[in-house]
Design a protein around this ligand. Structure first.
Ligand code: SAM
Length: 266
């Protein structure tokens, strides 16, 4: 019996085995043996992962019906099926406390949340290969100057090199999604430190893109009454024009202003 697709869980099962193989073959897994698949469903990717004896594959699946299917069809996975919600698990405890790669044809409705979780656990996750909504894939992979460059692009590009790999049309899924899909690969870059206050960096990037059409002068003025002391040209720029490095510099400069504001108060 096949699993009945559930819309609420973003279940669109990939039916094209060539594409499934291409996705699994896109894993580089340099210096890694452990692989976690998010949302295996009926195991179209899992099948190819298990064929590669170099990988120690685990899967996490929220849907009990899919877990029953996997238990029946992939008995060799037995102890490596985590039944649960990827967004809720403690990665170091329940998956691995040593680095591993993530692969998955993601549930599109929660793909951004999945990336935030990846970012939070980035030291354990040096590589991600995943299929997701094309529009989100483009956004994540695009650089400054692009209309779709945004919060997730900056956060992910701070820590990962992003490659846009292939487009995937709706008709190779059952049921077909209403949107186009694409596969991307994230590979951890060499950065070990951000070079600025990380919490403030997240706040600055979010605040700047909350008003993406506005000049920085307007969007970030809430951080300090001295915001006009920043570089005049910089203040006229829009967030979509700033590289990760420029956001890091901006964060450092805002932090200096905040320190001056505090000194004044004391
Ligand atoms: N990998 C299968 C394929 O390619 O045919 C299924 C992909 S389907 C787009 C997404 C899968 O993610 C479904 O099996 C769904 O049950 C599962 N899923 C949805 N939300 C999840 C979550 N929070 N944690 C783990 N799995 C989830």
């Amino acid at each position: 019996m096949l699993v009945k697709p559930k819309k609420s869980l973003g279940q669109h099962f990939l039916t094209d085995k060539n594409i499934a193989k291409e996705i699994v073959d896109s894993l580089k897994a340099t210096n890694l043996t452990k692989v976690l698949e998010i949302g295996p469903g009926m195991g179209v990717l899992t099948n190819f992962l298990l064929e590669n004896s170099a990988y120690e594959t685990s899967v996490i699946e929220i849907d009990h019906e899919s877990v029953d299917y996997l238990n029946q069809h992939f008995p060799q996975l037995k102890d490596r099926i985590i039944t649960g919600d990827f967004l809720q698990i403690d990665i170091a405890k329940e998956v691995s406390d040593t680095p591993f790669a993530i692969i998955g044809n993601l549930p599109y409705n929660i793909s951004s949340q999945i990336f935030f979780k990846v970012l939070y656990n980035r030291l354990l996750i040096p590589e991600v290969v995943c299929m997701l909504q094309k529009e989100v894939a483009k956004r994540i992979a695009s650089g400054p100057g692009s209309k779709v460059y945004g919060i997730l692009s900056v956060f992910l590009q701070a820590w990962y090199d992003i490659e846009y790999l292939i487009d995937v049309p709706p008709h190779v899924f059952e049921p077909p999604p209403k949107v186009q899909s694409a596969v991307i690969r994230l590979t951890a870059n060499d950065r070990t430190e951000l070079g600025c206050n990380e919490k403030l960096f997240f706040k600055v990037v979010k605040q700047a893109f909350n008003q993406r059409r506005k000049m920085l002068r307007n969007s970030i003025r809430g951080f300090s009454p001295r915001i006009e002391e920043l570089d005049a040209v910089l203040l006229t720029r829009r967030p979509e024009q700033l590289s990760v490095e420029e956001f890091i510099d901006l964060t450092n400069n805002i932090e200096k202003l905040i320190a001056l504001d505090l000194e004044k108060k004391e």
